[in-house]
Design a protein around this ligand. Sequence first.
Ligand SMILES: Nc1ncnc2c1ncn2[C@@H]1O[C@H](COP(=O)(O)OP(=O)(O)OP(=O)(O)O)[C@@H](O)[C@H]1O
Length: 442
Amino acid sequence: MMDIVSLWDKTLQLIKGELSRPSFNAFFKQIVPLKIYLNDLILLVPNEFTKSILEDRYLTLIEGSINQLSLKKYNVKFVLSESEVEDLDEEEEDKPSNIKKNYPNLNPKYTFDTFVIGNSNRFAHAACVAVAESPAKAYNPLFLYGGVGLGKTHLMHAIGHHILSEKKDPKVVYVSSEKFTNELINSIKNDRNEEFRNKYRNVDVLLIDDIQFIAGKEGTQEEFFHTFNSLHEANKQIIISSDRPPKEIPTLEDRLRSRFEMGLITDIQAPDFETRIAILRKKAQMERIDVPNEVMTYIAKNIKSNIRELEGALTRVVAYSSLTNRHISFDLATEALKDIITTSKTEEITVNRIKEKVSTIFNIKMEDFNSKKRTRSIAYPRQIAMYISRELTDLSLPKIGEEFGGRDHTTVIHAHDKISKDIQENDDIKAKIDKIMSELKG
Ligand SMILES: Nc1ncnc2c1ncn2[C@@H]1O[C@H](COP(=O)(O)OP(=O)(O)OP(=O)(O)O)[C@@H](O)[C@H]1O
């Protein structure tokens, strides 16, 4: 059953792909999903200004994105305070029958049709197509690796979509290794290990993203080892992605490494100039926007190593043109991208990276962030990590709460307010936080 928080998080993922980062950050990061009441999906927004922008400019986008994910059609309503909806206790969560059948967490846009093939990904693409056409027969496991934002997740989802469309009711599960780890921890905590095992050991296709995060996590490796074996023995397909090949993942147990190397290992490289242009063309064509060649060339020449950023640059140009009511031209593109083109980021900022940095500076353990401990020496760094997560990631408030041991979104708001205040009043804290943030930004 998809509750409002998951539905909203998936909706945000779709919306994020449509907007420039500044617009997304300005209008979407602060939204809190509150309630589903009959046909209304109610969102809490921070102020009147945001509310009017969302209603005037983004309502169709929001409702359209929700529509892609849920069979039930919702009207989106914005409120400024939780008290406005307190009396609506006839809450109706999204019922299982309302969720599109077989929608296992896959982004509807990540299909083979929308994937542009070039020299950098030709082999990986072919391997994925082979696996999608003959799951558990072609290569098992399939291990895909490559740098950030080069299309690993896109290809994995494409395999999932293809199998879902070809086979009768296949069980396809896509999960990041971080989520796998968190679910495992929670299942142990709540004595629901059996349930966890059933979930992952009874699937036809398991897609596990960013496996490098299980490095050093012994319990997770152990569990994944058994999951892997039971699926492999039952002739079920496993597809794994990582930012590097198995032999370069530190502290990965040898028995897992050798299992990862049993099937086919294939890499994706950064796209060459022609492929970057082709990706931009495809994106413009999908969005039905006219973009002059010189603008495509400008973007493709300057953003080389990350396709997410390549697409982000195009989205930004388009948003800039519509907000300023001007045609897309070379001048407009250079203006819109002046902050981006010189400072192409190298590594994505994740809550995990934030926790790692904060834990070294404040000398606490990684597990303390999710624990119930409230001593100041732990609670304070935890609040700092929440503050930075809110500042530097696109995650929604409830999602950040979830990343910190399942805390409520109000706790995140409180932490953010407190640390913002401390930064203004305490130079020492400000310096520490500035240092962490600038190291994360690279
Ligand atoms: N060959 C391609 N054709 C079209 N779009 C692509 C291609 N490769 C990547 N993209 C797009 O680039 C964006 C980033 O890709 P994706 O999320 O799959 O990267 P990733 O390798 O999984 O990154 P990460 O390491 O951050 O998990 C997505 O929007 C995806 O659709």
